[in-house]
Design a binder for this molecule. Structure first.
Ligand SMILES: Cc1cc2nc3c(=O)[nH]c(=O)nc-3n(C[C@H](O)[C@H](O)[C@H](O)COP(=O)(O)O)c2cc1C
Length: 194
């Protein structure tokens, strides 16, 4: 089934450039996008990207933005859950909340709804090294039907710039969300555009 709508949750893990590139690519591919950053997600986004915030992101890309405490937002309900939910980048704190069903903000709730409604849930985690608790929480989300991805780029495609590295990780994330029409990842055995 084509990917028509996506919720992008941004947490306080390092990796804000992944979130920005992902939103851009989704919009370029005509996906209806809703975004929400946790309190720390907003702070790390600003810290890593020269003061950028989700308000500006929403304006730039024409996407819908919600505050993290807005539990009245449409995607919080199973009646209007998007085709795919992605947490990018995902902190181990948010992963713990999702894995244990102990949600306190909109990101946790939308991820919880995605799992109960059997929709795609993609978690792009960013931490190292892992504690046993992190690993168990990622295993729990996997068992519940979510896909856990690590923000680990491949180098077999010979990246030349940081943008190439970011595109690799974002491309794999889009694949996991069910959007195969993008050209961010060089397909093995296929020549890249340009
Ligand atoms: C600059 C900065 C970078 C951080 N990077 C990570 C990270 O890569 N992974 C992680 O799990 N937590 C990271 N943290 C810690 C989280 O922000 C913290 O655990 C926070 O409570 C997560 O909350 P949230 O999941 O609601 O966004 C970082 C914090 C700061 C200030």
């Amino acid at each position: 089934m084509a990917l028509r709508s996506a919720f992008v949750g941004i947490t306080g893990a390092s990796g804000a450039p992944y979130a920005v590139r992902l939103i851009e690519a989704l919009v370029e591919n005509d996906v209806f996008v809703e975004i929400c950053a946790s309190e720390m997600g907003e702070k790390v986004l600003a810290y890593e990207m020269g003061g950028l915030n989700t308000r500006k992101l929403a304006e730039t890309y024409g996407v819908k933005r919600y505050a993290p405490d807005d539990l009245f937002a449409p995607p919080a309900s199973g009646t209007s859950v998007p085709d795919a939910t992605v947490i990018v980048p995902a902190s181990v704190a948010t992963i713990g909340n999702i894995a244990n069903g102990t949600g306190t903000n909109l990101l946790h709730r939308v991820a919880d709804v995605a799992l109960k409604e059997r929709k795609r849930l993609v978690i792009l985690e960013r931490e190292m090294p892992y504690s046993l608790i992190h690993l168990r929480n990622m295993a729990t989300i996997t068992e519940a039907g979510g896909l856990v991805l690590s923000a680990a780029p491949g180098f077999y495609n010979h990246p030349k710039t940081l943008d190439d590295v970011i595109d690799f990780v974002v491309g794999k994330t889009l694949d996991a969300m069910g959007l195969a029409s993008h050209e961010l990842v060089e397909r093995w055995g296929h020549k890249r555009r340009g």
